[in-house]
Design a protein around this ligand. Structure first.
Ligand SMILES: [Zn+2]
Length: 195
């Protein structure tokens, strides 16, 4: 019978020792030496516990313990101003968007360096017009950007997510400009060497 397969649980053992055996416990014990041993051991434990002398603490016991206990002043927790869920969500969006954009730009640069001809082929059709102007603009932009403390930029971006949007757009633009710049460097080295 499958009902005798599993050994007795502690509840079933307790019930058996208290003379309220379940039918399953009785039929299992008839065939299981291990559970018979458990019942024997449990009976011994219960017997010896019952044989222990009773000890009733004096009525002054609790007072005696409490007299030796020092109750300290409750520790005041530092005041933490919680960021609103809205602000946290906005911050998380900016960090994720920034990370993804950075990874995309880095990946695109890596690919462009490995495949310069293909990269220039991509950039040329869209940026052939006004390429010189874009390249000059990028140089001006870079020289002024270097003066900015980059860390303040980042903290501003995280504090006010709306400010991140032009920066993210700018990052994509910078990538396009950089491709144009590469085209310049590869195709007109003499022009820049003179300038
Ligand atoms: Zn058993």
């Amino acid at each position: 019978m499958m009902t005798t397969a599993a050994h007795l649980t502690t509840d079933e053992l307790d019930a058996f020792l208290e003379d309220h055996p379940t039918p399953r416990a009785t039929s299992h014990l008839a065939t299981c030496a291990e559970c018979q041993m458990m019942v024997t051991l449990d009976r011994e434990v219960v017997y010896h516990l019952g044989a222990l002398p009773e000890h009733v603490p004096s009525y002054r016991f609790a007072d005696g313990v409490m007299a030796r206990v020092t109750v300290g002043h409750p520790v005041s927790a530092p005041v933490v101003v919680p960021a609103t869920p809205r602000a946290l969500a906005a911050r998380r969006r900016v960090l994720v968007a920034g990370g993804l954009t950075g990874a995309a730009v880095a990946g695109a640069f890596g690919w462009a360096i490995l495949n310069p001809a293909a990269a220039l082929g991509f950039a040329s059709p869209a940026l052939q017009q006004g390429g010189h102007a874009l390249w000059a603009g990028m140089q001006v932009g870079l020289s002024s950007a270097v003066d900015q403390p980059v860390l303040a930029w980042v903290t501003d971006m995280v504090a006010a997510p709306m400010r991140a949007i032009p920066i993210l757009v700018g990052a994509a633009g910078a990538y396009a400009l950089a491709l144009t710049g590469m085209r310049h460097l590869l195709t007109e080295p003499a022009h820049h060497a003179r300038g």
